[in-house]
Ligand binder design. Structure first.
Ligand SMILES: *Cc1c(COP(=O)(O)O)cnc(C)c1O
Length: 427
């Protein structure tokens, strides 16, 4: 990396803004609202990431989730090197995706077929089309505060009127698309029933993040997910678990395994590719075979099941034994306790109003009591987060640069990292 040009963070960002909209290739990277420029990183290893000035940070963003083993894990690196030597794209059948598919289908009782795509967005887009094609229905139920990627039909928030009405969260999404997406509040089963009764034969799919983790961390009671399961069955809609974050993180089998609830369809992303671009849609064979070339629901990809990404994903997933999940959760608890303790102590209790909600190896920092849905997230969240983020950044501790994003712990966040966290917090 010695050949990088000598530029300040500000110079990198200015150049980037001239060449790329807002200077970024994904909006949350822009540090919007954080009153400082984004850091440009040049390398990462384990739990650490280095900016182009050479300053290192303990990373709690971890590429937003895929790197459950930590940055640049050696076994993954070796599997990638071995694949590089064999070529990195064939656009044809190969045994590497087959090995990953087999590894997954053997371990996940709720699926017997899988199709690999290149991102979580593509996985959800495919699942929605599959649900509509297989059911010959149009409408989608989605929950306020759940994120399912940037496909038109799910880039939609609750409208101001009746339960179930909606408006686009993005320009460029036509109103005839928003009409078919019905938005409800997490936890409100009565509203789900009401909407299903209002459209008795037209809801194709109920989509949910079984552990909502994209708009704060909003764990739901199991009764809510069980209720969705039985309502979907009663009304002939498919239940889609979007496990792009929770899959292979809340235990290997994600929330489907943890709750014992069997979704009709499941989407994976992030960890499934171990940091390379992979997504997947999976279900039982009867449903999956509606996809082309067997069925009439079209889906395709030039780089789908890219062999490099397949071996990286498989090597990552192979390492995730039950003991590793216990270790992850125990270390996450230590990190959470360390932070909570420091919140009380720092600068006469400047951050003592902050709390942390955590599940598995995810945690989310928020002011006040833990919110149960998107509508009761406190309004001062962003201001409080901004103060905290700046102090931590200075100390060499990197959180995801947005108040609504959760933090991710990896297996590289070991006791030594935790000791270093304490040192940096109190320095
Ligand atoms: C990240 C995420 C997506 C989108 O995945 P991309 O790979 O960013 O397209 C979809 N759903 C959930 C739950 C996610 O966390």
């Amino acid at each position: 990396m010695s050949d990088l040009p000598q530029k300040s963070q500000q110079e990198y960002f200015e150049q980037s803004k001239a060449l790329v909209p807002g200077g970024v290739h994904s909006p949350v990277r822009s540090f919007k609202g954080l009153h400082t420029t984004p850091r440009f990183f040049k390398k990462a290893k384990g739990a650490k990431i280095w900016d182009t000035d050479g300053k290192d940070y303990l990373d709690f963003c971890m590429s937003f989730g895929p790197l459950i083993l930590g940055h640049a894990n050696e076994d993954v690196e070796n599997s990638l090197k071995a694949q590089l030597a064999r070529g990195w794209s064939y656009g044809a059948c190969e045994p590497y995706s087959l090995e990953l598919a087999n590894f997954l289908v053997e371990r996940l009782p709720h699926i017997d077929q899988i199709r690999f795509v290149n991102s979580g967005t593509e996985a959800v887009m495919t699942a929605v089309r599959l649900a509509r094609g297989a059911s010959k229905r149009n409408k989608i139920i989605k929950f306020n505060g759940c994120y399912h990627g940037h496909l038109d039909s799910l880039l939609i928030k609750a409208g101001s009127g009746l339960a179930g009405t909606s408006e686009a969260t993005s320009a460029g999404v036509p109103s005839n698309v928003t009409e078919d997406t019905l938005i409800l509040e997490l936890g409100d089963l009565a509203a789900v029933r009401e909407v299903l009764e209002r459209h008795p034969n037209d809801v194709a799919v109920i989509a949910v993040e079984p552990l909502p983790a994209n708009n704060g961390l909003l764990p739901q009671p199991i009764e809510f997910l069980q209720g969705l399961r039985s309502l979907a069955t009663e009304f002939g809609a498919y239940l889609l678990f979007d496990e792009v974050i929770s899959g292979f993180r809340m235990g290997f089998g994600g929330m489907a395994e943890q709750t014992g609830i069997e979704p009709d369809m499941v989407c994976y992303g992030k960890i499934i590719g171990g940091g390379l671009p992979v997504g997947a849609v999976a279900a039982k064979k009867e449903i999956m075979e509606h996809l082309a070339p067997v069925g009439g629901v079209y889906q395709a990809g030039t780089l789908s099941a890219n062999p490099l990404a397949m071996v990286g994903g498989l090597e990552t997933l192979k390492q995730m034994t039950p003991e590793k999940y216990q270790q992850l959760e125990a270390n996450t608890q230590k990190i959470v306790e360390t932070l909570l303790e420091w919140f009380k102590n720092y600068d006469n209790g400047k951050f003592s109003g902050l709390n942390i909600v955590s599940r598995g190896s995810l945690f989310w920092i928020h002011p006040g009591a833990a919110p149960s849905n998107a509508s009761n997230i406190p309004a001062d969240l962003t201001d409080k987060f901004y103060e905290l983020f700046s102090v931590l950044l200075e100390k060499g501790i990197y959180l995801a640069p947005n108040a609504y994003e959760v933090s991710f712990v990896s297996l590289a966040h070991d006791d030594q990292t935790i000791a270093e966290l304490k040192e940096r917090l109190y320095s």
